[in-house]
Design a protein around this ligand. Structure first.
Ligand code: NAI
Length: 404
């Protein structure tokens, strides 16, 4: 039986292990994250619209027949065909041999080497980022509500700055706007007038990958929601309580989300493999790494040579499905072909943007479509029910603002 070792538990690995024929392969999965995270709904957890456990699923439950190691890969010896690993919760190190290797380790937030980003900014890539962010938001409100806090400091604490006008930044700004509109007014009525949201985007537009009309719609809606969008505004340095712009201006903040796209992980950068100029692993149109027999890469850590595919969940999912089909059939003649299913983004106040090629729309109907589409794509019935219950609870009772 061929031994397939898979690194990572993101969208690519998830769809691969879901479809692999376990009677034909021995499958070993190695990842420091022992659950699959449905990242498209991550911004909703950062403000409490959804609960964290509603959007995750233990990886062993997705395919109980695989062998899973709760560890991180440290390095790969391609000649000896072994992966060297480090256990997550103990100092133990071990090695795993492979016949076929699939690297799906994802990416990390791109800081562009800007000073202070790693130290002071919040991110929205992993569940622990969302949990940290939710606590930070609640902490800022509780601090601002203390009796000795003066008005200028209150204003700073309650200023949310989002850096990056891509889908992550936009969806977080929309979620925090909803939180302020629907919950802060009742939970912290005295602070209502002091909250502000600013979105800083270095480029000439927000949501650059969306249709122009939809982008304009999002822009108008954000303006109406009093979210201050500043285009052509690059951040150059972050300090504990303020950030510097390229123009020389200084902006105070209490909550800062950094959402400026992806960069390769240190692990994938260190691998002795062909890379593009950013350091992402280069694969051919069969997702195979050139000159490395039976070594594949998929998802955000990889770039298909000559193709500009977005770093999105649907690309990774289709790649996982493709590899499973190839491995199951033993045939390798068909190249990977990405089918664009469309793009969606939540823009606040129960409105969304949907661009599927055949349907382009925005507003409440698009939001209904957005919710239905994500519901159908959620892993299991358990997740679907939990998410529906969270949505209903939030609508009726508001978001939970307890901090622990
Ligand atoms: P992104 O790469 O889409 O956008 C990042 C933005 O940050 C860019 O517009 C860039 O001009 C701006 N930026 C870069 N440096 C800056 C600086 N110093 N100051 C101010 N602005 C700066 O990043 P995002 O949103 O994190 O998404 C990453 C990937 O995930 C993308 O491929 C995206 O399409 C995908 N994604 C898709 C979602 C959806 O379709 N709903 C949701 C979340 C992510």
């Amino acid at each position: 039986m061929k031994k397939i070792v898979i690194l990572g538990t993101g969208f690519g690995s998830y769809s691969l292990i879901r479809d692999l024929d376990m009677n034909r392969h021995q499958v070993v999965l190695i990842s420091p994250r022992n659950y699959f995270l449905f990242t498209p709904l991550l911004p909703s957890t950062a403000v409490g619209t959804l609960e964290f456990r509603s959007i995750i699923e233990p990886i062993r439950r997705i395919n109980p027949r695989l062998t899973y190691y709760h560890a991180r890969a440290l390095s790969i010896n391609f000649d000896a065909r072994v992966v060297h690993c480090q256990a997550v919760k103990s100092p133990e190190r071990f090695s795993v041999s492979f016949d076929t290797l699939v690297i799906g380790v994802g990416a990390t937030p791109n800081t562009f080497g800007i000073p202070g980003v790693r130290k002071y900014a919040s991110f929205l890539k992993e569940l622990w980022d969302a949990r940290k962010l939710r606590n930070l938001i609640l902490n800022r409100f509780e601090m601002a509500a203390l009796p000795q806090i003066e008005a200028p400091e209150q204003k700073r604490l309650l200023h949310t700055v989002v850096v990056g006008g891509g889908p992550t930044g936009i969806e977080f700004a929309a979620e925090i706007h909803d939180f302020l509109l629907k919950d802060v007014c009742c939970t912290y009525p005295q602070l209502k007038q002091k909250v502000r949201i600013t979105l800083l985007e270095a480029g000439p537009t927000i949501l650059g990958s969306f249709d122009t009309k939809l982008r304009t719609r999002a822009y108008q809606l954000f303006k109406r929601q009093h979210i201050d969008i500043r285009l052509g505004t690059a951040v150059t340095k972050i300090s504990r309580t303020y950030l510097d712009l390229a123009s020389g201006e200084r902006v105070d903040y209490g909550i800062l989300l950094w959402a400026t796209g992806n960069a390769p992980r240190r692990f994938s950068k260190a691998l002795d493999l062909p890379k593009d100029h950013h350091g992402f692993i280069l694969v051919d149109d069969h997702l195979q790494i050139p000159n490395r027999d039976q070594v594949f890469a998929l998802g955000d850590c990889a770039v298909v040579e000559g193709k500009a595919l977005p770093a999105s969940a649907q690309v990774a999912m289709q790649q996982g499905k493709y590899l499973a089909k190839q491995f199951n059939s033993g045939k390798t003649d068909t190249p990977f072909k990405f089918r664009m299913l469309g793009m969606m983004a939540y823009v606040g106040e129960d409105q969304a943007l949907v661009d599927t090629g055949t349907f382009k729309g925005s507003g409440h109907l698009a939001w209904f479509f957005w919710r239905s589409a994500y519901l159908t794509r959620l892993v299991r019935w358990r997740n679907k029910i939990k998410v529906i219950v969270d949505w209903i609870m939030t609508t009726i009772f508001g978001r939970d603002t307890s901090q622990f």
